[in-house]
Design a protein around this ligand. Sequence first.
Ligand SMILES: [Zn+2]
Length: 366
Amino acid sequence: MTIVKEITHYLEQLAPLSYQESYDNAGLIVGNTQTEVTGVLLTLDSTEAVVEEAIAKGCNLIVAHHPIVFKGLKKLNGRNYVERTIIKAIKNDIAIYAIHTNLDHVMGGVNSMIAERLQLQKVRVLAPKSDTLLKLVSFVPTEVTQAVLDALYEAGVGAIGNYDHCSFRVNGTGTFRPNEMANPFIGSAQKDEEVTENRIEVIFPAHLQGKVLNALKQAHPYEEVAYYISALQNLNQEVGAGAVGELPKAMTGDEFLTHLKDTMGLQMIRHTALVSDSIKKVAVCGGAGGFLLNDAIGANADVFVTADYKYHEFFDADGRILICDVGHYESEVYTKELLQRYLSKKFVNFATILSETNTNPVFYRS
Ligand SMILES: [Zn+2]
């Protein structure tokens, strides 16, 4: 049996809640963490129709990209679709979980999925975030340094880009004097002690702090473990908005638009003038990504694929880049397939089903 909490815990390892934007409301919106899961329905939006689909398909957990609740609800009387969806979910014991801007901000998230469909290579985060990394310094007797480092690596420290087990150490002398109450690993009460120790330094993502400190305290032989944790302003190349990569082969503007339409299954693309006849570098951002235009230009992208562009914002292309607005729903609809891939790999004792409800509120007529 699997409970809701095991699924949310797994999803939050992939996309920690601390990576969401301040306005966002990702996480468990409706439901109890201890409920046994009978099935998971994956969707872009949780609407009343999606809750009905979950009931019909025997799924008591909906995992959505967009949170159905963004702002505080002061009344719950079914006056709008948000309230009606929440009421229907609660009445039918359906839990609703949202994995939103936190999934936008990780490698292997929403934007990696768009990059995969467009067959981009050398994909990296377009606008890496700062202030998500911490540095741990600790002082470890020489003979147990490797064992302590191994425990820390296991907890997730020391990963930088394509490298792991990254650390630095310098050897020196640590001093201490235990009192009568102490139970020292080395030395005895009221006697000054000097020990050859390594000062070790490692970096890790801030959301792992609890796990890393537990690992340090478990593996370190001392009764009192000396350590410092400090915040780093470094950019975290694994975390941030948008993605940028390269097409396997340069295309003309026309060829690229056809490629985009085919690989994303689009009915239409709103785009700016074709400014280059060689499209190779492509920046992408699922949903409303206009705020990343300068990052896309700064990364020398030939084209920026995103959604929710307004008339005046198209002028900002200014002959420097091709902006393609593919539609918000269309840019993110494959996110549910990504979630299915993750969940079905990890959990086998319940079904993870792709919702068949088209929640796109926008219709096109040609
Ligand atoms: Zn969105």
